[in-house]
Design a protein around this ligand. Structure first.
Ligand SMILES: Nc1nc2c(ncn2[C@@H]2O[C@H](COP(=O)(O)OP(=O)(O)OP(=O)(O)O)[C@@H](O)[C@H]2O)c(=O)[nH]1
Length: 406
């Protein structure tokens, strides 16, 4: 079997447009040469071999037949070979185009069933889409033709400035390293709603207009929502929805650092229910839970938006009040105490119970310079409020350092 030419050889043959003419001319030349040689030499050889004119005439007739049959046979073989080659080539072309169509169909089915959108875009300011898969409609709300070539909107129009800047930065960093990029950002859909997407892509080639990027964009809103819920769960108390002890400790440290940096006061209120055990014992634990929930709402509604309220555990609540000095903190604590004691708290099933709280107040820098000192000072103050008969506010003792300075 004849070895098939190497692909580069095939390519060179294909790109040489004059090759068929050259080959045809060569065949014609060989035929002419053979024909002329035959005419020139066969006659003289026949004449030298056959002297009898009658025999010579019949030899010349047979010689003519021989020439026609031989050239016809050569032509037949050459044509047969060529036609077979053409047929094989046509079959190959047909098979290849069938395979190509099959692959295109598979690719389209795959892309259209992607849980997102496949794209090919220019690396420009508009992220000009050269191609987007059918998933574009479900993802963005826009039909593929509306987004392609920025016909109605550009992809950049779907991103706010922050997200667009982040995407540009990530893509550039990946391109600089010659790696693929992967980035999460928020995208505004046609109906104005915002979704979170995850994009992964890479630079595939350079076309005359610049770099081209290819990749996929998937909707990850559900995952983001779940992450947010998990984050919330990690920082919230499951019963009341207020911040939990860990988050309140973090907030307190953060506010304290800010207070120190700007040399401003800040306060911690330690709030504890009076005789809460009686509520549980009389009305049951579930009723006690309802009271805790409604008091949490009450406490949250009674503080400023910059203040934070959390449940430290059991029926102990803590409020962190930034920018609050001793008179302000005492007044805020009094206000809270009055508000809780003013109305009976609902127990569920239409009943309610009057309840009071005792509040301890500690202020930075007067009652402590660290979070733990402030908490301990506020807690002790709250116990003093209990000792004074409950339903009252007690201020922490001056810390040793503050005492010396004052
Ligand atoms: N319903 C309910 N009760 C709780 C929860 N956490 C703690 N408690 C109850 O809160 C009560 C706290 O009781 P104590 O520490 O004796 O305090 P108190 O009865 O409020 O009395 P004083 O603080 O001294 O005024 C206990 O009965 C606990 O069971 C909770 O999540 N739900």
């Amino acid at each position: 079997m004849q070895p098939s030419p190497a692909p580069s050889q095939e390519l060179a043959q294909l790109s040489d447009k004059k090759a068929p003419l050259r080959r045809a001319l060569w065949a014609a030349f060989v035929y002419l040469l053979a024909g002329l040689a035959w005419i020139a030499f066969s006659d003289s050889i026949a004449e030298s071999w056959f002297t009898d004119p009658e025999t010579l005439s019949s030899v010349q007739t047979w010689k003519g037949f021989f020439f026609v049959v031989t050239t016809g046979l050569v032509l037949f073989i050459a044509l047969l070979r060529q036609l077979r080659k053409d047929r094989a080539l046509l079959r190959l072309q047909h098979d290849q185009s069938q395979a190509l169509r099959r692959r295109e169909r598979q690719l389209r089915v795959l892309m259209d069933n992607l849980p997102g959108m496949a794209y090919r875009c220019r690396y420009d300011e508009q992220w000009t889409m050269l191609f987007v898969s059918e998933g574009c409609t479900a993802l963005t709300g826009y039909e593929p033709y509306e987004l392609t070539n920025n016909r109605w909107v550009s992809f950049a129009d779907l991103l706010d400035e922050d997200n667009n800047t982040r995407l540009s930065r990530e893509v550039k960093a990946a391109l600089d390293k010659g790696e693929s990029y992967s980035v999460e950002y928020a995208l505004t859909r046609k109906d104005g709603s915002t979704i979170w997407v995850w994009e992964r892509g890479r630079c595939v080639e350079e076309d005359p207009g610049g770099l081209v990027l290819e990749g996929i964009i998937l909707d990850i809103s559900d995952r983001k929502k779940l992450e947010k819920e998990l984050e919330e769960l990690a920082i919230r108390d499951s019963l009341t929805g207020l911040f939990n002890r860990r988050e309140m400790t973090r907030i307190l440290e953060e506010e304290l650092a800010r207070a120190k940096r700007y040399q401003r006061p800040m306060a911690v209120l330690w709030i504890d229910f009076d005789h809460f055990k009686d509520v549980n014992d009389t009305y049951g634990h579930a009723a006690g839970d309802s009271v805790l929930v409604s008091v949490s709402r009450l406490l949250k509604d009674s503080v400023r938006s910059v203040d934070s309220v959390g449940r430290f555990g059991g029926e102990e609540f803590v409020a962190v009040l930034p920018e609050m000095d001793v008179p302000g903190a005492t007044e805020a604590a009094e206000r809270l105490r009055r508000r809780v004691g003013k109305e009976p708290l609902p127990l569920g099933k239409g009943t309610s119970v009057p309840l009071t709280v005792s509040v301890g107040v500690a202020v930075y820098p007067n009652h402590g310079l660290t979070a733990s000192k402030l908490c301990a000072a506020a807690d002790q103050a709250m116990y003093r409020a209990k000792e004074r008969g409950r339903n009252c506010v007690a201020l922490a003792h001056l810390s040793e350092q503050a005492h010396n300075e004052l």
